[in-house]
Design a protein around this ligand. Structure first.
Ligand code: FMN
Length: 192
């Protein structure tokens, strides 16, 4: 039986919630799944697949997930690996079929002129930032899900930053936008 390890980081709970949904959907398909919040001493021996979940922090996975990738780089090269982000913004557009984009985000026309914000939220940008961190590790698929924003659950600095972003971006609002169906669809894609 395929053994899957889900390692996630989460400040305000949405990546944790998405990881739990992911686990449930894999279990429906009879997969054996372990789930754990990221630390520096997770043993991934014996797992065929490692799935990393992270909030998008300025285009990247969190520093904790970056550390996990660096510490386990050697072993991760031998495994099937996939990564998902939760975030508030995605410039959804045609992309590599290995990139799963939450359909909640507005689709942008291929020839549209993009703002700097949109350019730093394209699927390609997400994947490029990840590849810079993961180096030669082969990432089977990257998913980008709309997550949750609850300012009161962020630390002081993050609350200030996200409050300012909310002021300037009308498309970013507080709320829980996690969509179980999108996560289920990604599980079906990964399981094929
Ligand atoms: C420091 C920080 C930076 C963020 N940067 C971005 C960003 O660049 N783009 C974006 O869409 N969302 C950004 N967000 C929003 C989070 O990605 C989003 O709220 C995520 O779902 C939170 O996950 P969590 O509840 O697991 O912590 C940022 C949030 C924080 C706290």
């Amino acid at each position: 039986m395929q053994k899957i390890m889900i390692v996630y980081d989460s400040e305000s709970g949405s990546t944790e919630e998405a990881s739990l949904i992911l686990k449930g959907e894999f279990e429906v398909l009879n997969k054996h799944v372990m789930i754990t919040k990221v630390t520096n001493d997770i043993d991934i021996t014996g797992f065929d697949t490692v799935i990393l979940g992270s909030p998008n922090w300025f285009g990247k996975v969190t520093p904790n997930i970056q550390d996990f990738i660096k510490i386990n780089a050697h072993e991760l090269k031998e495994k099937k690996m996939a990564v998902f982000f939760t975030c508030m913004s995605l410039t959804r557009m045609k992309a590599d079929s290995r990139v799963f984009q939450d359909p909640q985000f507005d689709l942008v026309e291929p020839n549209a002129t993009l703002t700097k914000w949109q350019l730093t939220h394209t699927p390609t940008f997400y994947v490029d930032q990840l590849n810079q961190i993961a180096g030669s590790i082969n990432i089977e698929s990257v998913a980008i899900f709309k997550g949750k924003l609850t300012l009161s659950q962020l630390n002081f600095t993050h609350r200030v930053i996200m409050s300012l972003i909310c002021l300037f971006r009308s498309d970013i609002n507080q709320g829980n936008f996690l969509d179980k169906k999108s996560i289920k669809d990604w599980v079906l894609y990964l399981s094929n």
